[in-house]
Write a protein that binds this ligand. Structure first.
Ligand code: SAM
Length: 235
């Protein structure tokens, strides 16, 4: 995936990001990575398999750190090919799963599994599914603050009373350096316009979107889970 010309071009043009703060990918793909992938299905397929591959390295740690079995309905927003949600449903035998991603991603999938449905849509415009828990794995870090806030607000709008949102990504420490996280931060800057964030920064976004009581949960792997509760309604 990193060798695809569109990604290589983003790193070749990193100086553009350093000077302007804008994603260098816009020099190679003016509308950004997601519309680019929609127009290039072969590259989108490579991207989708790369996401499945990188998630395979993280899934066991995530499943070991969090009890998904207490939820009736779990929606994975921007869940790609459904790799994490399938593993979550294996651990939560009474839960229903709803995978939400862009139409071009959903239409390439053969969902073919009990308790799993797929819903096509775009989180900035379409209503999200109703669920007790929302997974956002390596989705919030793809976006600048305004868009990240809009995604969380869309989740809050759809959330059932007491629902949990679970941001699963590389959460930076406020104080200690994190070589993997800071490298990803540069990759996000160049390729998506997003960024890695600290738990405090994510808490600020969550509160503004109507979530409370955010907690950072270590997984034993490089990713951490930031859990928060939909505020203003009964648990
Ligand atoms: C970095 S990938 C993460 C995939 C998966 N959650 C994982 O961690 O393996 C980001 C996902 O967000 C999806 N996405 C991007 N823009 C979206 C939008 N406007 N609405 C819904 N999904 C979107 C992409 O198609 C992609 O599957």
């Amino acid at each position: 995936m990193m060798g695809l010309p569109v990604f290589r071009a983003s790193f070749d043009q990193l100086e553009h990001s350093v000077r302007t703060g804008s994603p260098a990918i816009e020099l190679a793909a003016a509308d950004g990575i997601w519309p680019y992938l929609m127009g290039h299905p072969d590259e989108a397929k490579i991207f989708g398999h790369a996401m499945t591959g990188k998630a395979a390295a993280d899934t066991a740690a995530v499943l070991g750190a969090y009890d998904f079995g207490r939820f009736d309905t779990i929606s994975d927003i921007g869940g790609g090919r459904g790799h994490l949600l399938r593993a979550v449903l294996d651990m939560a035998p009474s839960a229903e799963g709803i995978l939400f991603d862009l139409p071009d991603v959903i239409q390439t999938l053969d969902v073919g599994r009990d308790r799993l449905t797929a819903r096509a849509g775009a989180f900035f415009v379409d209503p999200l599914p109703t669920a007790d828990a929302y997974i956002l794995m390596e989705v919030i870090h793809d976006w600048p603050d305004a868009e990240a806030a809009a995604i969380l607000t869309a989740v809050r709008r759809a959330a059932s009373p007491g629902a949990r949102v679970l941001i699963i990504e590389n959460v930076l420490d406020d104080m200690s350096p994190d070589p993997r996280g800071h490298t990803l931060d540069i990759i996000m800057l160049a390729c998506t316009g997003g960024r890695e964030r600290t738990g405090t920064q994510l808490d600020g976004l969550l509160k503004a979107a109507g979530f409370r009581d955010s907690t950072v949960i270590n997984t034993g792997g490089p990713l951490r889970i930031v859990e928060a509760v939909a505020a203003g309604r009964a648990d």
